[in-house]
Structures are given as structure tokens and as C-alpha cells.
Design a protein around this ligand. Sequence first.
Ligand code: FAD
Length: 469
Amino acid sequence: MSYDFDLFVIGAGSGGIATARRAAQYGAKVGIVESDRLGGTCVNRGCVPKKLMVYASHFPAGFEESAGYGWTVGESSFDWLKMITAVNDEVTRLNGIYQRMLDTSEVKLYEGYGKFIDAHTIEIGDNLDSPYNAGNPRNGLSRKVTAEKILIAVGGKPVKPKNIKGIEHAITSREIFNVKEQPKRMVIIGGGYIGVEFACILNGLGTEVTVVIRGDKILRGFDEDIRDEIQTGMQNHGIKFVTGCNCDRMVIDKTDSGLKITVPTNDGKEETIVADAASLAATGRKPDLANLGLENTQVEVVKGAVAVDEYNKTAEDNIYAVGDCTDRINLTPVAINEGRAFADTHFGGQSRQMSYENVPSAVFTTPEAATVGLSEAEAKEKYGDAVKVYRSKFRPMYYTLPDKQEKTMMKLIVDTNTDKVVGAHMVGDGAAEIIQGVAVAVKMGATKANFDATVGIHPSSAEEFVTMR
Ligand code: FAD
């Protein structure tokens, strides 16, 4: 049987574009369909615009700290709309780059919403059920393409907790990049990495921020020291926390003075917070599988995500899936790596699986954090008493002249049976940049003795990683 394409990809985000280009480089005939702007979540409403806003949020502290170094900075002011416009302009520039990359790779792009008709056929049309596509209709035009292999790379979408009364008044991370006026008071519901990153961005830009969380600590799943250090740092920078929230009984009321948010806490008390029009529900994400027509295939969905094996194959022999829609590690470089492993295997004559061990990640809060390998708790569960923890907390040199009490925390976790460093964690300036290098060593199986034998770069914060005793 002959098909229109060797590979057809649904979703031109991080995973989809990387896969399509790699497969095309191997000579495959590739098509891709995208219902929104090219680049997916990361480029349009995730990593990229967020990181640009993180940079914007650091300037006020920088102006203040410069006084310690002899600078007098004139009166400064901040124009939110100018920042949002600049960020969106940059996103548009990147959309163009992705378009050119697809063109030069000779990947055929279809604009529209892809839906399975059967295991080898995709219908491309509108998704009129999606609120995100409503402003982007394609006049009901639809066409069909067939492919030998099909890759699902449709990513995820934010979910708002349905049981919070008035939740329709809250926005999600999807909308925050288009808010035209800076919220003066903001409530952020949720203590995951997206929620706390936005809390710090807005706080840095001068918004009064309250973070509402179910437990007593943010960033569940991270090393305890990281959780503590970031939360303390955020509090020191003026962010308020309401902990132990009985979030199912929260109520958001729209009033003349803004949103009135009533937060019942587990100790039977109640807090009332008044925020501006926007309140951010950063309460998780889930794979975006509605209206994909999976019922017309054998593809299995388990716990809301496309179920795949270690080669990204679904229960249908010719259909594969990568990225957030499989809900493994939901990060851009992971989606890219999964996609390239798939393309190398099916079109490059290799047999490649993505390795999920020692995937580094960062939290772009202020203070920033980054991590690779096991948390202390995970290491103790795995290696028991053989675990040795090296921890260091200090004030970086930069903060001495501005006389600020900002701290950096670094931590190495070692399995003394083998002397291997099984976890490295950092909270403080430059954490993501520093841990990326450390991650290479950890991935290679470096021992504590290897770290000790490495000469430090002086003066730097990073040198602490090779001098911890
Ligand atoms: P996406 O990039 O989401 O791409 C999926 C694409 O498929 C979308 O463009 C969508 O429009 C399209 N699509 C969906 N259904 C269809 C259909 N039926 N037909 C046609 N097209 C369809 N990761 C990091 O590594 N670092 C970060 O700092 C970071 N920050 C983030 C901040 C925020 C606020 C968010 C929300 C995410 C962040 N992430 C970050 C996560 C990262 O964005 C995702 O892990 C990554 O984008 C996943 O890539 P993907 O290819 O699986 O999906």
C-alpha cells in the first residue's frame, strides 16, 4: 500500500518539529500538522516567554544592588505592556525561524487540527470544540492525508480545578503572556514549578503576590533542601504564602474592588485575599487528547496519557507518541530527545531509546534552583545508610558589597559503596548554568573523588562543588 507520507506528525511543538526534521534528514517524506503557532508550548507560552519575563523581573534588584558598587541609578520605571509586546515580538521571530527550519528540511506543513480517521489516515480540519482554536477557524475546510507511520506529539494543556467555585475568573499560564495590564495584586493557586516561577516573576516586577498551596511546602517531588531554600527565599523577597489550603472549598468572587478569594485552611480557619482581575490557576497540566480521534485507532490512553513502550510505540503498531502527551518527564529537551530517538530508530537505522536517568532540570524562581539525579530522600531509599550528603550554604561574593543576605545552597549526594555522585542540587544565582555542567559529570558516573580532583574556578560560586568536604 502506498501512503502520502512515510511519517506524519501531529503537533509542531518541541517534540514534533525535532522528530520531523530528523526523519526528513534521513530522507523520509514527512508531513506535520499544527493547529496553532509553530514551536508549541515552549516557544509560544512556556519556557521562552517565561524566561524572558524572568530576566525582566531581575532588574529592580540589580538596580538596588548596583548602589553597593558605587552606582547611582536614576529614577526607574517599568512598562508592562512594553515588556509583553517585546516578549511576543520575540516569539513571533522564533515562529518564523521554525517555519524556515521546516521549509529547509522539506517537511510539508499543514495548518489545522489533525484527527485520526483510522490508523493510517489523518483528517486535517478545524477543532471547533477547542476554545484555543475558536479564533482561528479554517472555514470548515478539511482534507485527508495518509502515512505509513504517525507520531502523536500534541503536548499538554493546563487544567483548572473544577471544584473551585468561581474558577472561571482565574487565568492559566496560557493567558498570562497576553495580559495587557500589570496585575497589582495576584493570587497564584498551586505550588508546582510553573506557579512559583510566575510568583517570582510578578513579585520581581512589583506585583503583590500570594501563593496558595495545599500542603506546607512548594515543589513536591524536589529535594527537601531545595524546597525549603526556595520557599524561604521567596518569603524573604516579600511573597506571601497561604499553606494548608482546603482548595476544594475555595471560592473566587468577582467584586467591584477585584477578585475576592476565600481560602479555607485545613485548621478550620479562613483567609480572604483580594486580587486584581487576574488570578493564576497553576494547578497542573494534562495531555491534550480530546478530539484527536484516538477511538478510531488501537492507541491506549492510561491515566489520561498516551501509553507507549520504551521505543515510543503505542498499542497500534504504526503509531508512536513523544513529549508531554505521554506524561513521562514533561520538559522540552526530553520531548526533543524522545523524538530524535524515534527518528534515529525508524529512519536512521539505529536502535535508540531515550535515557531517563539523570535528566537535569531547573526552576527559574528567584532564587533559582537546578537539580540532577536523586534527591536525598530518593537516594536514602535506594542506598540506605551508604548515602553521604555534602551540603554548603554561603553568601556569594556578589552580595557582600550590596550587603544583602542572599544565600546559595549546594548539595552533593554520594553513594559511598561506589563513591558515585548520585545527586547534585543547587539553589542560588546561576544554578541552571552551573548544574548543566555538573550533570555531564553525574551522567558519566563521576565519583566524589573525581569532583575533588577537579580544580575550581576562583573566585566563583561553582567552585564550591569541587571543594565540599
Ligand atoms: P508542545 O510543545 O506543547 O507541542 C504540541 C503542539 O501540538 C502544540 O503546538 C499544539 O498546538 C499542537 N496540537 C495539539 N493538538 C493538535 C492537533 N490535534 N492537531 C494539530 N496540532 C495539535 N520545559 C522546559 O524544559 N523548561 C522550561 O523552563 C519550561 N517552562 C515551561 C513553562 C510553562 C509556563 C509551561 C506551560 C511549560 C514549560 N515547560 C518547560 C514544558 C515544555 O513547554 C513542554 O515540556 C514542551 O513544550 C513539550 O513539548 P511537546 O512537543 O510534547 O508539546
